[in-house]
Ligand binder design. Structure first.
Ligand code: ZN
Length: 322
């Protein structure tokens, strides 16, 4: 069975794994990124750790068809670099593909946006398996997206397609990391839900959320869920608003892509049915009925391995094209 050596670069962790062409993981590991110390150190560390894993598994670079790398965007795919990623300062211009290819016997290496890689991973091996039009959305620190349409990953003109978290919902909302006001992610990401909760509490609204969080700056979505379980009115109100914001964005996604399925991952999905049941209803409200009727909205299937498995899916696709 063909194998890919896959890497998932993040601002805090740099994960790696040996992935079979059926999506199964033979082994995996991770190192700290220490992003502010620059790319060369992080890449050296992850390559050393991956070499140790290969030795444990009795594998050599020649046993692999390719290297796949998933990374936060924006990317310069042709040169294999990140290009201005806010969580990877000082990394712009360093060719991660070249470094890792040289470290592993000259294996061909490709880099993809992490959410696009996740979309292809979920399409091939996860919750989108068997469907042709799969949109992946992650709701965590921000909102990221990727789309596989008619069975092909949509990369766009320079590999950065489907920045769905930056769909503008309002003209004059809170400012987003991208520089614009009112993006979807400044209302509906996990970070945004926690921020809106803190704002309501700071305005003096009574609630049991503070009891769970301890103090205002400790408040996360987890404390919101705890308060909701107690029937807290403010928690329920904020959650209902959040569902509405999530539904608006998903409605736009349905209207743009006409997907068979939207696969939703990220920390906020820990809420389970309390999220998915009302969110499906809300999304349907903001999309054309003919499009929403064929679109299911389901939890992600690949969990924490989505980055590594997605990177492998991208590299396998490249290897097939040859
Ligand atoms: Zn934005």
């Amino acid at each position: 069975m063909r194998k890919v050596l896959a890497f998932d670069l993040g601002g805090t962790k740099f994960a790696f794994g040996v992935v079979n062409e059926d999506g199964s993981l033979l082994g995996s590991g991770r190192v700290e990124t220490f992003a502010d110390k620059g790319p060369a150190q992080a890449c050296e560390r992850v390559a050393e750790a991956a070499h140790r894993l290969l030795a444990e598994l009795g594998l050599r670079p020649v046993d692999f068809v390719a290297i796949g790398i998933a990374s936060p965007g924006p990317l310069d795919m042709a040169r294999g670099c990140v290009d201005g990623s806010p969580n990877l300062p000082g990394w712009t211009g360093f060719s991660i593909t070249e470094f890792l290819s040289n470290s592993f016997g000259g294996l061909p290496a490709r880099i993809d946006n992490d959410c696009n890689a996740a979309a292809l991973g979920e399409y091939r091996f996860g919750a989108g398996k068997g469907r042709k039009n799969v949109v992946y959305i992650t709701v965590s620190t921000g909102i990221g997206g990727g789309a596989v349409i008619d069975g092909r990953l949509m990369r766009g003109a320079n590999g950065n397609a489907a920045e769905l978290g930056h769909i503008p919902l309002t003209m004059d909302g809170p400012s987003c990391g991208c520089g614009n006001p009112g993006c979807w992610e400044v209302y509906a990401s996990g970070t945004a839900i926690a921020r809106r909760t803190r704002e309501a509490l700071a305005a003096g609204r009574p609630s049991s959320i503070l009891k769970f969080a301890g103090s205002l700056d400790q408040v996360t979505t987890h404390h919101l869920f705890q308060a909701m379980a107690e029937g807290d009115a403010l928690a329920n109100e904020i959650w209902a608003e959040s569902i509405n914001y999530l539904g608006r964005g998903l409605g736009a996604v349905i209207n743009i892509f006409n997907p068979d399925v939207i696969v939703v991952g990220g920390g906020v999905t820990a809420a389970g049915d309390a999220l998915f049941v009302p969110m499906r209803k809300s999304a349907a409200q903001y999309a054309f009925p003919r499009l929403s009727a064929v679109c299911s909205i389901v939890p992600a299937g690949l969990g924490g391995e989505v980055g590594v498995v997605g990177a492998a899916a991208c590299a396998l696709e490249g290897a097939q094209e040859k």
